[in-house]
Design a binder for this molecule. Structure first.
Ligand SMILES: *Cc1c(COP(=O)(O)O)cnc(C)c1O
Length: 460
């Protein structure tokens, strides 16, 4: 008889509608990946069985959110759904003023234009692609102040999203506080693999910036996932709810941008928030130019309603336990098969170390790209490259050679089951067993910008 050693988590929902998937054969998948130039971004989603390309806009909405869609008030101005969204943000995040936007980058554009002047410096806990680009387009320069541990895939530090306050102090001394309009702080840092910042670090940062009068702007795209890790790992937070932790995180910051396509469980949407009247007033001016009137910001009324409901569902303890629990379940399965993954396991996906997986390939043979293609051929699981292809070229035309050469398995929220996780881990293990036979790739078409989206490859 098996001894009871644990009590499992399970999804705090059940299914009442399903989306049927196309099941393909190996020859069909070989043909599909060849036609896609061995780039998973160029596959047709109809040919994909389990889609782990991204967790952005790919979550399943609840019956309550769908019901909310039917309650859309599509008036041009003053939609009731805007007021519902505004009150949800005030209640769960505590920010005073909000401006909706079509998605995260729309909010980043407006906020960057308001706060950043030419020559300004914006320190942050690791860059994010769109966030940094908008800071640069507004005339600023991003400087990374994340702790060194974040750049090491084998370092198991529990808060790899933390700010190195000494690095920050050096930047402040070098440029002066006047040149720093804000510190850009992401919760559950995406580019570090979904790694959290601790409440203690955030409090210390608040104390430091308060003295100097520097704002903290919060990229809160994955704030609830960060709150879950604080609850699990940080002293004094075990008895606090995710709601309480999320609210406390936001209280140490002055404003925020959010892509609601992640944590907040919608397919499209975002917003910016601020506690400063002047910033809000200027944002109301700019949003009309770039997104739409300040009570819809590029969204339909129904989208704002789904977002308001999604925010409430995202700060539920049972939801987050199942969400992160599923990611951890997949990660532990992979570890059992000896597959090299980035640790600690993050909040939104598993990152497989392609350099360790395919040590016979040089980085110029695109190991992560080749591995993502091979996984698709094996089982129809779609992952994506985060390595030399994504890193692109320097201004002088040379390739960047990033330290990390990873394949990202991003898990959409509330979409797949534990059985899907088993299939993913077993497929990865099957590919791992025949890893010596996996060939590298050569790039045969390279676009000018963000090449990973549209580059084409051939087998060596
Ligand atoms: C996705 C994302 C964004 C940008 O949001 P979009 O909705 O894709 O425009 C900004 N920051 C982080 C951390 C993200 O993950």
């Amino acid at each position: 008889m098996k001894k009871l050693t644990k009590r499992s988590w399970a999804e705090p929902y059940k299914m009442k509608m399903v989306e049927l998937l196309k099941m393909t054969t190996r020859p069909q998948r070989v043909k599909a990946i060849k036609e896609a130039g061995f780039n998973t971004f160029l596959l047709k989603s109809d040919d994909v069985y389990i889609d782990l390309l991204t967790d952005s806009g790919t979550s399943a909405m609840s019956d309550r959110q769908w019901a909310g869609m039917m309650m859309g008030d599509e008036s041009y101005a003053g939609s009731r759904n805007f007021y519902h969204l505004e009150s949800a943000i005030q209640k769960y995040y505590g920010y005073k003023y909000i401006i909706p936007a079509h998605q995260g980058r729309g909010a980043e554009n407006i906020l960057s234009k308001i706060l950043i002047k030419k020559g300004d410096v914006i320190p942050g806990n690791m860059y994010f692609t769109t966030t940094r680009l908008h800071q640069e387009l507004a005339g600023g320069k991003f400087v990374d102040i994340i702790i060194d541990e974040a750049h090491d895939p084998n370092n198991e530090f529990p808060f790899k999203g933390n700010v190195d306050l000494e690095k920050l102090d050096k930047i402040v001394k070098k440029y002066g506080a006047k040149k720093i309009p804000y510190i850009s702080i992401a919760t559950n840092v995406n580019m570090a693999g979904g790694q959290p910042i601790s409440m203690k670090n955030l409090k210390d940062l608040r104390a430091y910036t308060k003295k100097l009068g520097i704002r903290i702007i919060h990229d809160m795209t994955r704030v609830a996932e960060n709150a879950y890790f604080i609850q699990q790992r940080e002293k004094g937070y075990q008895t606090k709810t995710i709601k309480e932790i999320v609210f406390e995180i936001c209280s140490y910051t002055d404003g925020a941008t959010m892509s609601a396509k992640k944590d907040a469980l919608v397919n499209i949407g975002g917003f910016m928030a601020t506690n400063e009247w002047d910033v809000y007033e200027e944002a109301r001016n700019l949003v009309v130019v770039y997104e739409g009137l300040h009570t819809y910001g590029g969204l339909a009324g129904r989208d704002m309603e789904a977002m308001a409901i999604g925010i409430e569902e995202s700060v539920n303890d049972h939801h987050q336990r199942a969400r992160v629990g599923q990611v951890e379940y997949l990660g532990h399965k992979m570890e059992e098969y000896g597959i090299p993954i980035v640790k600690p396991i993050g909040g939104h996906g598993i990152f497989v170390d392609a350099k360790a997986f395919l040590p016979h390939l040089t980085q110029d043979e695109f190991p992560a790209q080749a591995l993502a293609a091979e996984l698709f051929i094996d089982s129809g699981v779609r992952t994506m490259e985060r390595g030399i292809v994504s890193a692109g070229r320097k201004a002088n035309g040379e390739n960047y050679y990033p330290k990390l050469e990873l394949v990202r398995f991003t898990i959409p929220r509330r979409v797949y089951t534990q059985a899907h996780m088993d299939v993913i881990a077993e497929s990865t293990a099957a590919v791992y067993a025949r890893r010596d036979k996996i060939k590298g790739l050569k790039m045969i078409y390279e676009p000018k910008y963000l090449r990973f989206f549209q580059a084409r490859f051939g087998q060596l």
